[in-house]
Design a protein around this ligand. Sequence first.
Ligand code: AVI
Length: 340
Amino acid sequence: MRTRALAQAAVPVERERSETSAFAADVVAGLTATPKRLSPKYFYDNTGSELFERITAQPEYYPTRTELSILEAHAADIARLIPDGAALVEFGTGATTKARIVLKAAPQLFAYVPVDISGEFLRDQVEALRPDFPGVAMLPVAADFSRPFDLPDEVRSRPRVGFFPGSTIGNFEPHEASAFLRHASRMLGPAAKLVVGFDLVKDEKILHRAYNDKQRVTARFNLNLLERINRELGAKFDLSSFEHHAFFNRERSRIEMHLASLKRQKLTVCGERIEFRAGETIHTESSYKYSPESFSCLARGAGWIPAALWTDPNRYFAVMALSLDPSQARARSEAATDPH
Ligand code: AVI
């Protein structure tokens, strides 16, 4: 899952300490598990965020530019789904390039609510947007969007449209994606719409190249996770004895990224002895690839109804608009007003 670098914010010492210990606990748990794994959310320290931006500019990595082209081509269609006076709630805002396209096409918006874990990063993004959209209330929320959080009071009585571009939903396990879609529907309310970008299943060679770029930026992005553990937790991973592996797992319809140990080795991480067999891997990321049908199924299971689908001419990437299933919306508003 893509969550903006915690290290980018000038966080209070206490919070920084608890984030470091959560990182340490997750690293130890992941490296002592079988098979070994690390959460992709830890890719995004300062270096990782910079490397990710460079990945998006690689010729082999088609998702970012393809999604941008779809949003540009269908901005007016997306804008038509947005009611007058609505709030646009963006989950996990990175750069605001994609939100800009929607804000420009939908002057009827009352507010833009970008949600990101790094408050300082958000403030900078919003300050850059403000002069270009003086009629839109900018209401950033610093929160982990994958869990329920409070929306600003100003938008509670407004219709709300969710925006979740970037195929970040593909980095969730399917049960996590379903849980996210459910909690988004509760937060956005009975008249909600959600616009979500996801990557499509395609020729395996194209997928393989996108995660094995010639410049090896993706390899550095993956290996940076071990460097981060060295930097922040004082471990001594020898980076030259690990290799980036990325391949398409057809059965599970996902790209898997791993770090493979090139030899038998042992080291200590946070006082815990970790052993690697030659060839043993750490699973660092899954990036699920959906078909329009499989994504519709996932959305329906979480109480949404597909309302529109836009793709590029190659059908590499998709942006889907979802509406809340009226029976679900009714059940939820009854549950909200039921005094028992
Ligand atoms: C952020 N996320 C959608 C990217 C993806 O394609 O799954 C992360 C990434 N991993 C390797 N390259 C890009």
